[in-house]
Design a protein around this ligand. Structure first.
Ligand code: FMN
Length: 174
């Protein structure tokens, strides 16, 4: 599929079929994430792939409150290592940016394979950190469910017009 079509096809899937996701497809989306660029190529991103029903149950009852997540066969906790991320001279930590790029690669690769995903950031990150046995320097940035969609496959959200996003040569307010 052409890249622009994959970008248009991806949307936030919040209902999944019980069908298991083939391990090679899980590896394939992780491979796309592995190839993401990162500041100074420090690659501070780590993925915890959760398929175990017991762990999933804790995540879907205690860590994130949206009941729809229970339908996801796979949940990927994407984590950033703050000890190994680039800090700019003014102190800005690029960990979140690197993590977001990797997640974007992952979600687009999933869409290309006919799999649904959804970013989740409104979860209890500290509790998730504890449950997953993570070292102090790591932060769980997002939870990404992965699975075959039980929806009609049509994005419900719209986007701003290109003229509202882009200005040329100089910033134009409004
Ligand atoms: C950083 C980020 C955090 C998000 N957090 C959540 C979330 O906690 N729960 C949720 O249901 N959707 C979450 N979303 C999904 C957005 O609501 C969704 O991407 C947006 O409405 C655009 O819709 P689309 O993904 O279908 O194109 C998040 C998306 C991003 C990029």
């Amino acid at each position: 599929m052409a890249f622009i079509d994959i970008a248009r096809k991806r949307y936030s899937v919040r209902s999944y079929l019980g069908t298991e996701v083939e391990p090679d497809k899980i590896l394939s989306v992780l491979e796309a994430a592995r190839m993401a660029p990162s500041a100074c190529n420090l690659q501070p991103v780590k993925f915890v792939v959760i398929t175990d029903p017991e762990v999933k149950n804790i995540i879907t009852t205690q860590v994130y409150q949206g009941k729809w997540l229970k339908s996801a066969p796979v949940i990927i906790a994407v984590c950033g290592d703050h000890n190994n991320s680039w800090k700019r001279w003014d102190g800005k930590d690029h960990c979140d940016i690197d993590t977001a790029i990797a997640i974007d690669h992952l979600t687009l690769a999933a869409a290309d394979l006919g799999l649904g995903t959804c970013w989740i950031c409104s979860f209890d990150s500290k509790l998730c950190h504890r449950i997953l046995n993570m070292p102090e320097n790591y932060e769980v940035v997002a939870l990404i469910p992965l699975g075959y969609t039980a929806e009609d496959g049509i994005r419900e959200t719209n986007r701003k017009n290109i003229d509202d996003l882009v200005c040329w040569q100089k910033f134009i307010n409004g």
